[in-house]
Ligand binder design. Structure first.
Ligand code: ADP
Length: 392
């Protein structure tokens, strides 16, 4: 039986059995005609008592209204969701109940609070259905999460469209410039190079969008392998070597520690590479960046520290949002997509871990990937912090 139907039966039964869940002014109320045939169990609490407990503990706000608009039965959740206030039904719910009575049809009504504040849910929807004999039942649920999710989805689509439009528009304009300068090889080369850069930007954006859409919403990764943290560090370092050289940045790494985590090696390499690429991108030339790993109780931590521009406290949470950039011009100039840290956050979440940030403007930043250690790891004695080993 679907939950709503079950609840309906419960309500009918509760009303029929005179179950006072939270009964308003009890007038001589007529009993509904439909009574489920159920015998009281031989042992345990009486059926009416069980029904009362069910209605009372329901996560759905329930209210039964009489023809007069009187609330004859409701639970505490109905009050929390604003379906019933001071013993009376919400005006919108009552209007919907009247409609349902006239048409005999189920009606849906938005009961979202007009001035949302405090612990009240931001969005509430109720379904109203006639019960016969002039009674209606309203079932209200908190839809705040669904509404929030939909708003996030809309924002995401708007952001993606905007991000894609910029390089696509640039490619169009640059192609026109190439055609206009067809007789000038130097200009053709200049515009051609810019087209190539935009094409790379588009490629990076699409690749990261695909990675993010795979990660978002995924539960903890189902099939985890034992991953050697030293290999992850080695591979991420290899990926970032060219960028580091181009920016004349020295990256130092500590010695291999033989630490192991359970996870997806490719994803962990992607996350660590994103952090190292950022450390390079947001540091002045010749600055130093360091990568270190350590065991911390049940956790393995991999940290990337830079002495770059740092991040102001008010931006530190927001940098993990998709497309948030402290300085959009700087991010674009370094080929950033605004998705790197969102990917890091999701990779860690999917591993049952987290990413931590310490930063101070003008001093630098440390991003730390915290991952649950592979079980065998926990028996080992954690070593001391090793000296850093220059790799370049
Ligand atoms: P982007 O592609 O713009 O680098 P990210 O998601 O990787 O996107 O980072 C989001 C923003 O966080 C960046 O635009 C930048 O403003 C800030 N940021 C990230 N890493 C660092 C860092 N190491 N130092 C300073 N700012 C950083």
């Amino acid at each position: 039986m679907p939950p709503v139907t079950a609840l309906l039966c419960v309500l009918l039964a509760a009303a029929a059995l005179g179950v006072g869940v939270v009964v308003g002014r009890r007038t001589a109320r007529p009993r509904p005609a439909v009574v489920p045939a159920a015998a009281a169990p031989d042992t345990g609490p009486p059926l009416a008592d069980l029904l009362q407990r069910m209605v009372r503990s329901s996560a759905t706000g329930l209210a039964v209204l009489a023809r007069s608009g009187e609330v004859v039965l409701h639970n505490a959740r109905a009050v929390e969701l604003g379906l019933v206030r001071a013993g009376s039904p919400d005006a919108r719910a009552w209007a919907a109940c009247q409609r349902a009575q006239q048409t005999g049809q189920t009606a849906e009504v938005d009961l979202s609070p007009l001035d949302h504040r405090g612990r009240q849910p931001a969005a509430v929807v109720a379904h109203v259905r006639p019960l016969g004999d002039g009674y209606t039942v309203a079932e209200a649920v908190d839809t705040s999460d669904a509404v929030r999710l939909e708003a996030t989805r809309r924002d995401f689509v708007a952001n993606v469209s905007h991000e894609l439009k910029t390089p696509v528009g640039a490619v169009g304009l640059l192609a026109e410039a190439v055609l206009d300068a067809a007789d000038d090889p130097a200009e053709v080369r200049r515009f051609g190079t810019k087209i190539l850069n935009e094409a790379h930007r588009l490629g990076a954006l699409v690749t990261e969008l695909i990675a993010l859409s795979r990660l978002t919403g995924a539960e903890r990764l189902p099939e985890l392998c034992v991953v050697d943290v030293d290999e992850v560090v080695r591979e991420a370092m290899a990926r970032c070597r060219l960028s580091a050289e181009a920016a004349s940045i020295d990256i130092t790494v500590d010695r291999p520690r033989g630490l192991e985590v359970e996870g997806d090696r490719t994803l962990l390499v992607t996350a660590l590479s994103n952090l190292i690429e950022n450390a390079i991108a947001y540091s002045p030339a010749e600055a130093s960046v360091s990568v270190s790993r350590r065991s911390a109780g049940d956790w393995v931590e991999i940290s990337v520290t830079d002495r770059g521009i740092g991040i102001a406290p008010e931006h530190q949470k927001r940098v993990f949002e998709r497309f948030f950039r402290v300085d959009p011009a700087r991010s674009r100039a370094t080929g950033g997509t605004g998705l790197g840290l969102a990917i890091v956050k999701h990779v860690l979440a999917n591993h049952g871990g987290e990413v931590r940030l310490w930063s101070s403007p003008g001093t630098g930043s440390t991003f730390t990937m915290r991952l649950p250690a592979h079980a065998a790891e926990l028996d080992e004695v954690p070593g001391t912090e090793d000296e850093l080993e220059e790799i370049r």
